[in-house]
Design a protein around this ligand. Structure first.
Ligand SMILES: Cc1cc2nc3c(=O)[nH]c(=O)nc-3n(C[C@H](O)[C@H](O)[C@H](O)COP(=O)(O)O)c2cc1C
Length: 190
């Protein structure tokens, strides 16, 4: 499939078939693709934790939901309206429903590490799509607690949790802006 077709097809999925486990090779393939991303100073400041254990997924979910409850109680304004309109709640079933969680970390010691790691996450999302796998880039409110559960080296910061599996989510993809809305051609002089 062309890159444009993959990019157009990819959408965020929050419900997974919990009984069908993707091949580990497909998970590793996606990380192989992610590590080809460019990075500041070629530092490759990324680290990928792959979690399959139900116990560990449960632990991560409990910790995230504790913080999500507080986050939802506090949220106001545009964010709250968006969350309500999309029927989101503090419950994060996808953290235990998805057969795999990929947690992506950035090494704080390198300049531009977050930018670099998010580039690699973009690569990863398209690679998962190529393999027919779905995910949601989930950014929990309490990164530190998750780092502690996994005993991650102190120089690494959690950027995202990607629950990965086969989609069981009929939602359609949200619309994108038109090209002419987001591209500005600059003349030499105004
Ligand atoms: C940086 C970033 C953070 C996100 N955090 C969350 C999140 O915490 N929870 C969630 O359900 N979706 C999260 N998303 C998914 C977005 O809501 C989703 O990509 C967006 O609504 C567009 O939908 P689409 O991916 O289906 O086109 C995040 C996406 C990005 C890029």
């Amino acid at each position: 499939m062309n890159l444009i077709d993959l990019a157009r097809k990819r959408k965020t999925v929050r419900k997974f078939k919990d009984s069908v486990v993707p091949p580990l090779e497909d998970i590793l393939y996606s990380i192989e693709v992610a590590k080809e991303a460019p990075s500041g100073m070629n530092a490759q400041p990324w680290l990928f934790y792959v979690v399959k254990s139900s116990k560990l997924k449960e632990k991560i979910r409990n910790e995230c939901e504790k913080a999500e409850k507080i986050f939802y109680e506090k949220s106001r304004g545009r964010l709250k309206d968006w969350l309500d309109a999309h029927e989101f709640s503090w419950k994060k079933d996808f953290l235990t429903q998805a057969p795999y969680l990929i947690l992506v970390f950035s090494n704080k010691k390198f300049p531009f590490s977050r930018e670099s790691v998010w580039l690699s996450i973009g690569y990863l999302l398209l690679a998962l799509e190529e393999k027919g796998l779905a995910t949601v880039p989930y950014t929990p409110p309490n990164f530190r607690e998750i780092e502690l559960i996994l005993d991650v080296p102190v120089e690494y910061k959690l950027e995202v949790i990607l629950p990965v599996g086969y989609s069981d989510d009929p939602k359609s993809k949200y619309e994108r802006k038109k090209l002419e809305e987001i591209v500005i051609f600059c003349e030499e002089e105004k």
